[in-house]
Write a protein that binds this ligand. Structure first.
Ligand SMILES: N[C@@H](CCC(=O)N[C@@H](CS)C(=O)NCC(=O)O)C(=O)O
Length: 214
């Protein structure tokens, strides 16, 4: 298996944590896509993933799988415990739902703020984003507030349960962790009053897969 990514970016981190959780780190080869130079927006990469984003998993038969959730699901089904995407129908549905909330309300909200409220990933990448327009900064600011509201939402959830989707660490925790990692990079602090998120963050930061991702 090969992973096409760029180390240190939040979405690649999601898959690298999943690989470490599943004990699969040694089974993948990493191929660096030069994101700051916008290699992911050029035709050869767009033929692999039309969204023009990383990471992408390439299987040994040549199949390309994009989307962190799809990649994580594939890896989860390859190896045994711990399950990251759930076993029972109810677990699978709850993890899917909470993952999506962490993705949209924190990780993607931070991403939009990063691209439209800050200089973003540099001129080569930002040339492929929406051009200058009046609402650009407002949209960034709106999504920054959305990310902070998302943190408050997860604070309420984590006040009542140890992990984002219930009693077990799952793909939903990985997504929220990546969202907070991106938030720290974009200088959006976890609000002081979000003590449950802070405690969860400290606990998850101690996991071997998070301390030492693939
Ligand atoms: N929906 C994608 C999102 C991946 C994504 O946004 N990756 C970022 C890197 S952290 C990226 O490639 N950004 C490139 C860009 O926005 O131009 C997934 O889940 O894999």
């Amino acid at each position: 298996m090969r992973i096409l990514d760029y180390p240190g970016f939040p979405n690649p981190l999601r898959v690298r944590i999943a690989l470490a959780e599943k004990g699969l780190s040694s089974q993948v080869e990493f191929v660096t896509i030069d994101l700051p130079a916008a290699e992911h927006k050029q035709p050869p990469f767009l033929a692999i993933n039309p969204e023009g984003t990383i990471p992408v998993l390439q299987l040994d038969d040549g199949t390309y799988i994009s989307e962190c959730t799809a990649i994580t699901e594939y890896l989860d089904n390859l190896a045994g415990k711990p399950s990251l995407t759930g076993v029972t129908p109810k677990e699978k549905a709850v993890i899917h739902m909470m993952q999506k909330r962490a993705e949209r309300e924190v990780l993607y909200a931070v991403g939009i703020y990063f691209h439209y409220g800050t200089p973003g990933a540099g001129p080569a990448v930002e040339a492929y984003k929406l051009p200058q327009w009046e609402g650009r900064t407002q949209w960034g600011a709106f999504e920054r507030q959305r990310a902070i509201a998302g943190m408050h939402y997860f604070d309420r959830i984590l006040s009542n349960q140890p992990y984002v989707a219930g009693d077990q660490f799952s793909m939903a925790d990985i997504t929220l962790f990546a969202g907070l990692y991106f938030a720290a990079f974009a200088k959006i602090d976890i609000p002081d009053e979000c003590q449950a998120v802070k405690a969860w963050h400290a606990k998850v930061s101690e996991r071997p897969s998070v301390k030492n991702p693939a």
